[in-house]
Design a protein around this ligand. Structure first.
Ligand code: HEC
Length: 115
């Protein structure tokens, strides 16, 4: 006689596995989506290529960070600046304004600007 309880358990485990894979992939940073966030929230200061020469950025003192050289900084440092802003500069905190996912996406995009 076949023990059906085992196949139910197996089906449940497979389902849980797929849900887990989905949730892990779902939170993966997407630089493509980050570009959209960047263009809406960051470009005006940091400029189209991240050089700090956006229309608003030109008038800031100190000028916006040059993101093309920010690659030397760790993801953690950059994430921290994006989340908390930088006191004494025009860099605003984006925690609560952008979702955690958007922060990861824009961070991934910023890292593509660095060279
Ligand atoms: C109102 C203008 C403004 C906006 C909008 C802005 N920034 Fe900034 N950003 C600055 C300024 C000013 C600095 C500080 C430069 C310094 O520390 O000398 C800075 C610094 C940074 C740094 C640190 C660079 C480094 O080398 O350490 C990162 C990363 C950064 N911004 C990312 C972003 C991202 C991502 C966005 C959009 C979600 C954004 N900024 C929006 C003005 C702005």
């Amino acid at each position: 006689m076949v023990d059906y309880r085992f196949s139910y358990l197996l089906t449940a485990l497979i389902l849980i596995f797929f849900l887990w894979v989905h949730s892990v992939l779902g939170v993966e940073a997407d630089p493509g989506e980050g570009k959209v966030v960047y263009e809406m929230k960051c470009l005006t200061c940091h400029g189209p290529k991240g050089k700090g020469d956006g229309p608003t950025g030109k008038f800031l003192m100190p000028p916006p960070g040059n993101l093309t050289t920010a690659g030397a900084k760790s993801a953690e440092e950059l994430r921290n600046t994006i989340r908390n802003g930088r006191a004494g500069t025009g860099m605003p905190p984006f925690r609560g304004i952008l979702s955690e996912k958007e922060i990861e996406d824009v961070l991934a995009y910023v890292r593509t600007l660095a060279n």
